[in-house]
Design a protein. Structure first.
Length: 116
């Protein structure tokens, strides 16, 4: 969220516009639940609702243009907090579990090997 009213929506529009111009491209949203969480929250500020609507309008615009190859990827630790409209727009979902103990040990070895 930006300081001035309406600036966040302008940035969303600019992101989608740039992604379309330089396609093929990827728009990656990390912690998507913080921006596109459920809209039923009565304490949610109007500016955040407008931001969500702007994002989804532009996202829908991409989906209607077959020639534009822009992929929207999102990551979250809280998938059940996402708005239903967002979930409908994500045709594929991939669960990435935590590594098991042997794989954690391998990861640590790789990281610690760089510390020497």
């Amino acid at each position: 969220m930006l300081q001035w009213y309406g600036q966040s929506e302008k940035c969303i529009k600019a992101i989608f516009s740039l992604a379309s111009k330089i396609a093929p491209s990827v728009i990656f949203v990390d912690e998507v639940d913080s921006m596109l969480g459920q809209r039923e929250n009565p304490e949610e500020h109007e500016s955040l609702r407008k931001l969500k609507n702007e994002f989804m309008v532009h996202w829908d615009g991409l989906r209607t243009k077959d020639t534009e190859r822009v992929l929207v990827l999102a990551a979250t630790n809280r998938p059940f907090d996402l708005d239903e409209a967002v979930i409908r727009r994500l045709p594929r979902r991939l669960m990435v579990n935590l590594p098991d103990a042997p794989n954690r040990a391998k990861i640590l070895k790789v990281i610690l090997a760089k510390e020497d």
